[in-house]
Ligand binder design. Structure first.
Ligand code: AP5
Length: 222
């Protein structure tokens, strides 16, 4: 019997480890990873009008306008691969209006993972983060340094990863998080994101396995 694929949302403050955990989850479960931030950065890089507008907001640590983000995420979510393999939505919804746009489409997740991390740790993680443009891998100068000199030489910084900008991003996060949480109250799975990344993943992995098992049981009983 075919079980409906899982629909997972992952949320947390800037640099709480969403991208890092999404890599682990995607590798184990095969869900399609949809990151609102990555979609926006791709638009910024391609230099479109939407990209230019989005960048103005992102540089100030503010949310990009709904007219840009909502359609972008919706289109990606409705692609056949996400429908068939299940999805892992990272950094969306970030406001009540974005959540409502999903509700209007009849889209609700099976679980809402919330990474909980102390504020000083967040700043340290942002400032040390580096990205490999070739593999897309996320590094940290102190916690996960690159494996060799060749990779080290090509690492890049995100344009919004300064201490000053992360403080603005944190403010935006605090202003919006409650509105989103209250909509998914019964689905929230809060994880201590201060721990090492594989420990954090073990907790998430246990929750997802249990959820899949339950789903298999209910789907085959119906
Ligand atoms: P987005 O790209 O979503 O950024 P963010 O929420 O600020 O989160 P980050 O990507 O910075 O961090 P992360 O949680 O993925 O952490 P990571 O795994 O990299 O959004 C960027 C901007 O786009 C927003 O500010 C907004 O303007 C716009 N935007 C996005 N979504 C939007 C929406 N829905 N609507 C409107 N606008 C939107 O980890 C961080 C660092 O820590 C890395 O170096 C990593 O190696 C390290 N690390 C991770 N886990 C651990 C660990 N357990 N221990 C030690 N180090 C760790």
């Amino acid at each position: 019997q075919k079980v409906e694929p899982l629909k997972v949302m992952i949320s947390g403050a800037p640099a709480s480890g969403k991208g890092t955990q999404c890599e682990f989850i995607k590798n184990k479960y095969g869900f399609v990873h949809i990151s609102a931030g990555d979609l926006l950065r791709a638009e910024v890089s391609s230099g479109t009008e939407n990209g230019k507008r989005a960048k103005e907001h992102m540089e100030k640590g503010m949310l990009a306008p709904d007219e840009i983000v909502v359609l972008m995420v919706k289109e990606r979510l409705l692609q056949p691969d996400a429908q068939q393999n299940g999805w892992l939505l990272d950094g969306y919804p970030r406001s009540a209006s974005q959540a409502k746009a999903l509700e209007d489409l009849g889209i609700r997740p099976d679980i809402f993972i919330l990474l909980d991390v102390n504020e000083e740790t967040l700043v340290e993680r942002v400032v040390g983060r580096r990205l490999d443009p070739v593999t897309g891998k996320i590094y940290h100068l102190k916690y996960f340094p690159p494996e060799n000199e060749e990779i080290a030489a090509r690492l890049t910084l995100r344009f919004d990863d300064t201490e000053e900008r992360v403080k603005l991003r944190l403010q935006t996060h605090h202003q919006n998080v409650e509105a989103v949480l209250s909509l998914y109250k019964d689905l929230v799975f809060k994880v201590d994101g201060n721990a090492q990344k594989d420990k954090v993943f073990t907790e998430i992995d246990n929750a997802l396995s249990a959820l899949l098992k339950r789903k298999l049981e209910t789907d085959s009983a119906s």
